[in-house]
Design a protein around this ligand. Structure first.
Ligand SMILES: [Fe+2]
Length: 210
């Protein structure tokens, strides 16, 4: 990462935020409830995937997931660029910054392409969690727990539904991982179900934000 830290005069930080620290940083820069909820969902989804792909580093993956949109509310036009400065100012580890800010590769000015498994999963799952969250609102149960792959795919195929969730990024993300779209959806749904169980409901829909 030495070449990346050369972009700034400040020494590269090495602090990996705890889950609570990552969320505090998100909340300091995001007033909208959905942005705060989304950070918690993506952090938890990333930790869920870490238990398979990088066991023992769940908190690191959580920090990457929770912080990925830290700049979006304040700097939507500089998404994944302004975030670098915000995270550096907070002393966040350069590896966490790189992985978090790589998730809009090709769509914003981020200099980093997702190359690590963690980064590819974030790239692929981010938009999908937004689509699943929007789909929950339409369900009588307001829950992921009675959702299955088929119901998510139906929403995925309806391009007018949650049109802001890019189907292209989700499809490209699955390809980068070497997974089928069904695998990506099924696993990300499982991760969101685990989050909902742990929270005792879906924050912002059936429960308060913790
Ligand atoms: Fe996001």
């Amino acid at each position: 990462m030495a070449e990346e830290s050369a972009e700034t005069s400040a020494p590269a930080a090495t602090h990996v935020p705890t889950c609570a620290e990552a969320l505090a940083l998100v909340d300091a820069h995001n007033a909208e409830e959905y942005h705060r909820v989304h950070a918690r969902i993506v952090g938890s989804v990333m930790a869920w995937y870490a238990s398979t792909y990088d066991p023992g580093r769940e908190d690191y993956w959580y920090a990457v997931g929770a912080l990925h949109d830290v700049d979006f509310e304040e700097h939507p036009e500089q998404h994944c660029v302004a975030g670098v400065d915000i995270l550096r100012a907070a002393g966040v580890d350069q590896g966490v910054i790189r992985s978090a800010m790589s998730h809009r590769w090709g769509l914003t000015g981020t200099p980093w392409e997702p190359t690590e498994q963690m980064e590819k999963i974030l790239y692929a799952a981010d938009e999908l969690t937004g689509l699943i969250y929007a789909a929950i609102r339409m369900r009588p149960s307001k829950s992921t727990l009675d959702m299955d792959l088929k119901s998510v795919k139906k929403k995925f195929k309806d391009k007018r539904f949650a049109a802001g969730c890019s189907r292209e990024v989700i499809t490209d993300g699955a390809e980068r991982l070497g997974w089928t779209l069904d695998e990506l959806i099924d696993r990300t749904l499982q991760a969101m179900q685990a989050f909902e169980r742990e929270q005792g409901g879906m924050p912002g829909i059936t429960t308060e934000l913790a």
